[in-house]
Design a protein around this ligand. Sequence first.
Ligand SMILES: Nc1ncnc2c1ncn2[C@@H]1O[C@H](COP(=O)(O)OP(=O)(O)O)[C@@H](O)[C@H]1O
Ligand SMILES: [Mg+2]
Length: 281
Amino acid sequence: MSRSIIQTENLRFSYTTPEGVAPVVLDGVSLDIAEGSFVAVLGHNGSGKSTLAKHMNAILLPSGGTVYVDGMDTTDENRLLDIRRTVGMVFQNPDNQIVANVVEEDVAFAPENLGVPPQEIRRRVDDALKAVGMYEFREHAPHLLSGGQKQRVAIAGVIAMEPRCIVLDEPTAMLDPIGRADVLRTIKALNRERGVTVVLITHHMDEAAQADRLIVMAKGRVVADGTPKEVFQQVERLQSVGLTVPQTTQLLWQLRQEGLDVPLDALSDEECALALKHLLS
Ligand SMILES: Nc1ncnc2c1ncn2[C@@H]1O[C@H](COP(=O)(O)OP(=O)(O)O)[C@@H](O)[C@H]1O
Ligand SMILES: [Mg+2]
């Protein structure tokens, strides 16, 4: 059992609005994210995913319950810098995350703010740009890059802080299919090759299917939690919270409704094809 890097215990949260009306957005979320794991979070719009993400590096603080980052309580102001160094955040819109006119300066921005010495910054920036496959673009102007390239530069900016965990809030939502694939490949490599813990919030089933663990949120609660295979088999539960399942699972589920003996856990196209071939032979 590996150690946990993020823990939430009965986390509750309400936004304070000018009217003072504060509906509950997170309603008792208890999660344990293991160091080195790749976790996807899926859920309908408004289910509380972004609010949960913002609790993972103390952008928001709980209204009730506790959040620990590497054992540090996020309400402990003395540990705020350590918390922000441990968990980096990547958001949906790369344009809002780019701050400089040259790619390498942009990537250097966060470590400079953390007071990292200059030679060390050079090493980190080069390393981070190589990690996301954008080293050749280091002297380019970020605003001339494609959406996917910009998002990889934004990820490099977070990598340069050398966090142990990266939380990405729908990082591919604004990208074309090629940019989306490049960003996902980058995220997976960070996890597999560098051991960075990844929490990926997404509404793409195919992205969620690639994680080690899939958490489904609805109305501020966790409604399913397991491997993607385990979770996607809960077809009716997912449909009841407004989510669809991958087309492979949907097809197999329909066949089962018709009384055919096919497995529901054939998630990839290849596995699904094999299951159908088996049925016909
Ligand atoms: N800054 C805010 N002030 C008030 N309510 C908010 C704010 N941000 C989000 N909400 C509300 O909190 C709920 C959950 O939002 P969010 O965490 O963004 O969900 P998701 O990321 O799953 O779409 C929604 O009902 C949303 O309207
Ligand atoms: Mg969101």
